[in-house]
Design a protein around this ligand. Sequence first.
Ligand SMILES: [Zn+2]
Length: 672
Amino acid sequence: MTLKALLATLVAALVLEASASAGVPPSHEISVTIDPQTRLIEGRDTISFDSRHKAVLLLSPRFRLASLSADGRPIEAHTQTAAGLTRISLPPARRVELSWSGTLAALDRNVDHRHTLAADAPASGPEGTFLAAGSGWYPAVEGTLERYSVALDLPAGQRGLVPGRLIEERETDGRYRARFEFSNASEGITLLAGPYRIEERRMRTAAGSQVRLRTYFHAEIAGLAAGYLDSIAGYLDLYERWIGAYPFSEFSVVSSPTPTGFGMPTLTYLGIEVLRLPFIRATSLGHEILHNWWGNGVYPDTARGNWAEGLTNFMADYTYRERESARAGSDVRLAWLRDYAAMPREDDSPLIRFTSRRHGASQIIGYNKAAMLFFMLREAIGAPAFDEGVRGFWREHRFRVASWNDLRAAFERSSGRKLAAFFSQWVNRAGAPDLRIADAHAERAGSRWRLSVTLGQSEPAYALSVPLAIRTAGGEILRRVPLERRRETVVLYTPAEPLAVALDPELRVFRRLAPAEAPPILREVMLSSDAEMLPLSDGEDLQRAARSLAARLFERMPREISVGGNPAAAALLVIGLHKQIDAWLAGTGLQPRPAQLAAERGSAQVWTLRAGEERTIALVSVRDVQSISTIERPLPHYGRQSYLVFDGPQNIERGVWPTRPQIWHIRKSPGA
Ligand SMILES: [Zn+2]
């Protein structure tokens, strides 16, 4: 997984089951003392319910319950353990008080992102404390959203926070104390602490509210604080003007000693090494800030599809590229469509089923197809109606759960158009149209030319507006034509003789790219469920290295064939020394080693090529057998590339073969 992909994981991923329960959420008043050196934690909580209420509290079994009372009277704790948490059943009460203490797990700096997120146990250490919502570090009320106030008490030198408004903060008697409040319904409380240096800036936003911007950074990256504060201010300004007022009073960037990255309301938690990467400020930070509107401001109705990642991807990552240049925007769309084309069809599913990212396929649908939906929507209704729809959706659903249907309604109001068919075909249906030009011909019509273009698409047909670029003797003309049936002919008039028609050359329609349109990438071979591997040598060393590389590269281990064998699968990985590869290509009549790679640079070269309509071949060409093992670790990270050159484990060159749009060269009609 790339760092950027890793960072896109987000709070919206947390399931909002609780939102269905009506009434005012219970509120916690927590005070907690943590000693990261000894990892001891002591907490007290007063939980208030809006009416006498029977509830279950969830606490980590690491802790000992020191006291428990309901409506002022001490009670016996009825506990049982399930799913790694102690369940404490309470009698009906309006007010429950309890205290607990125990030892936190040791924070392991080497845990990866997945494990930080999974957060089996609340963990602490001098370098950082990470107590995730759901880890049982405080007695969470089961099955509901919660409001809270948290007072933190830490030894001097340590500082910490939870999402919410900072009410007070003091450093006295060798202690750091701070109190936070979160008055909206929250999905749980995550507590972060560490040996932080705090930098702060106050900002008056475009909407006129005061926002406190902060960085909580470890000493080794303290120098990055000013740049991050500048970027936060810039993003808040961008999205306030675009959507509406920032819904919170603070935003903080907090460094993590573990290599992680995710967001919560009012803050984002990113690994120290991640924060050092220059592109984080330019992309992922804006993405996380925008989630304060989409995800933490309006909650996706996850049971009926999570729209928040797609809308955030479109209004953050995609928008930044599109603002660079039109070309950069179409490069992003190409990457989305190329990844979609490379995805096995059996992994496809309707957008409405996307809840959160679990694997590559869910990102291709939930992040990318959804972002393309918003792109096409803006094309269909125009940017002013799109922006007005976004603002209306925000006004209406702020701090409430909203679904794809609510989005549709907001854009229908802003555009005055019926959008049920549009949303239904992109949200409820899996797949994508296969578009092609079936025919085109032209004839003179007085002083003009009459051009007939027949377009075809796969069944079931989508209702589309298809861009055509018509090359004429007098220059290029861009037109959009409707296509609603499986096959339709449109007639267009051009002032000069039409010479060729290109189908959607800027990739403005979500569709399945034709094999020749989509440049072959390594991932097509890696993800194929029908793959073969061909080591070009009987030598045991090469065969062993080839198998080991394949085990890293493929999700499902490919069938192995030998040099004399007849490859039959949709995907083929060929591994050999430079000379063996060149000889094999010559013998099979495939294109020789591409010119870019001909100088035999580096110790290993990897490239893809298309053989016929439906088959993709990846070649791994090495100087010596040892060079196969050397690229074992890095190679799987380059699935989106068409060609790569490695010098040892170091990638020194990479790229994607150019896309080739479908072009129909026009014949003149008889008699024209
Ligand atoms: Zn996200």
